[in-house]
Write a protein that binds this ligand. Structure first.
Ligand SMILES: [Zn+2]
Length: 65
């Protein structure tokens, strides 16, 4: 799958209860720290689950590398 980096905005298969399926990546590792783009809620999601429900990038962090 695509490499997910801090600062990216990704789309996941399962939308948040607020209706948004877009998440800003705040931290990567064994668990991903994500912020919902709809309501701003912070969640911690296991990497495996992120990879399984990953549906593409909305925004690529342009400041990396
Ligand atoms: Zn939300």
């Amino acid at each position: 799958m695509e490499d997910i980096c801090v600062g990216d905005v990704i789309r996941l298969k399962k939308p948040h209860p607020c209706g948004s399926a877009e998440w800003e990546v705040l931290r990567v590792g064994m668990d991903f720290r994500l912020r919902c783009k709809g309501c701003g809620r912070l969640v911690l999601v296991p990497r495996k689950q992120v990879e399984k429900s990953f549906r593409g990038k909305i925004v690529e962090n342009s400041t990396k590398k």
